[in-house]
Design a protein around this ligand. Sequence first.
Ligand SMILES: Nc1ncnc2c1ncn2[C@@H]1O[C@H](COP(=O)(O)OP(=O)(O)O)[C@@H](O)[C@H]1O
Ligand SMILES: [Mg+2]
Length: 353
Amino acid sequence: MANVHPQDVLRALGSVRDPSQGRDVVSLGWVRDVEVGHDRVSLTLAVPNPASPTIEQLSRSTREAVAALGVHDVQVKIAAQPAAQPRAAASLIPGVKHTIAVASGKGGVGKSTVAANLAVALREAGRQVGLMDTDVYGPSVPMLMGGRAEPRVVEGKIEPPVEYGIKIISMAYFLPKNEAVIWRGPMLHKTISQFLGDVRWGELDYLVMDLPPGTGDIQLSLAQTIPLTGAVIVSTPQDLALTVASKAIAMFQKLNVPILGIIENMSHYVCPQCGHRDDIFGHGGAREASARMGFAFLGEIPLETSIRVRSDRGEPVALDRTSPHGQAFQAVAAALEQQVQAAGSRAAEVSIE
Ligand SMILES: Nc1ncnc2c1ncn2[C@@H]1O[C@H](COP(=O)(O)OP(=O)(O)O)[C@@H](O)[C@H]1O
Ligand SMILES: [Mg+2]
């Protein structure tokens, strides 16, 4: 027989179309467990509906396509696709259109600051926005957003406090003050599900989620609990150069979470006295790295004392639309919305339903 490789099998199957979808089984992602032995190929087609009347024909044309490679013994198993888990869990937050995870490779890069200001900028652009603090180790969203209100329980559901028109929820509301909490994986998972399911989020265009730094249990739980529209990576210029952010990127890719883009924070310093611009951490690193890795660059936020001062006061700078920082965050929010739309149409393209 011909020397057949799994790639040859996939190439051959690229011409096998499912009659009901009108697309080939490879790009539909149905081909699994391709095994090539001596004069023998076995594979599984994981289909959405094994009972469909077209399956018989599909199975036959799959066998024929592989046989055409000169293989005599072709086994095609038909299996049911496991129900997409995130889809099922979408009912946890039925009114939320898009979920955006704000992540970083390490702490202290301004992830929470960016998440809060991004939420504000989206709200300023007229969207309905929620902001969820999933950083159970260092929850800072309530402080960043003013922290005036507290959540209330109404009819067994948590009513999130609203700050600057944004519904916010944070572990900080539920943790005993000044006590170290040790989290185990299962506990985190339960907390995340509760945050999502027991909170009355209502109708939202965006739920922005401030993730803890790095690549831990929370990120995993989130990606497994709800369908994330995508992740935004916050990075300082040198952080990307040192590939710290790449670890976070790789993790989301492994979890099949689209990377919506990269934001460079603490990008450059503008001296408030003389207006001189200083690229303390180097400049343009994130833009270059984004391009190199094929991700969208969503924009840069300068390193500015007023950003920290106003953050500490619980008045996100993005509230001031006309300020340079306000405009920087508006631009980032607009770029993000563009990527969300692009991701949406890509998802529709590969949708199997
Ligand atoms: N662009 C910026 N300019 C000045 N200070 C900033 C900027 N971004 C964040 N900070 C400050 O840096 C510190 C860390 O930011 P934070 O958002 O808490 O980071 P992370 O959530 O990544 O740990 C905070 O004191 C914050 O006010
Ligand atoms: Mg933080």
